[in-house]
Ligand binder design. Structure first.
Ligand code: ZN
Ligand code: ZN
Length: 132
């Protein structure tokens, strides 16, 4: 299953307020988002229901992670959600999406852009090895 292609802008002021309300020092994350990235990408597999979602912080807060959720009508919110952690059939991976996410588990989702970047890096590394 391909990754969902929805993109949204991140309301940085709301993010700072959210992190402060949760007792975080938002400085590091704030720097990350005010630096280059004001956009969020839906990480989920293609889905026709539910909200789009991007993981904002990998910092565990009481077993939950901060997600930015949005819909196609401009509605959005930040929410701390527990991880899905469904096991992949080969036992090598667990789903890093939130519990009861729409679409397939993360280990079934393919991001063609990331795949293209990985194969470009591999191609370049082969070039470096043959240079030496
Ligand atoms: Zn989506
Ligand atoms: Zn899952």
């Amino acid at each position: 299953m391909l990754q969902c292609t929805r993109v949204s802008t991140l309301p940085v002021g709301e993010l700072a307020a959210e992190l402060l309300a949760a007792g975080h020092q938002p400085v590091e994350q704030f720097r990350t988002y005010t630096g280059a990235c004001l956009y969020v990408w839906c990480e989920l597999g293609e889905h026709s229901d539910g909200k789009h979602a991007d993981l904002i912080s990998e910092e565990d807060v009481n077993g939950e992670y901060l997600w930015f959720l949005w819909d196609d009508n401009g509605g959005h919110r930040f929410e701390y959600l527990p991880a899905c952690v469904a096991d992949a059939p080969d036992g090598d991976d667990v789903c890093h999406f939130f519990r009861q996410h729409p679409g397939d588990h993360s280990w079934k989702v393919t991001d063609p852009v990331m795949d293209a970047m990985r194969s470009e890096v591999k191609r370049q590394m082969r070039g470096w090895q043959s240079d030496g």
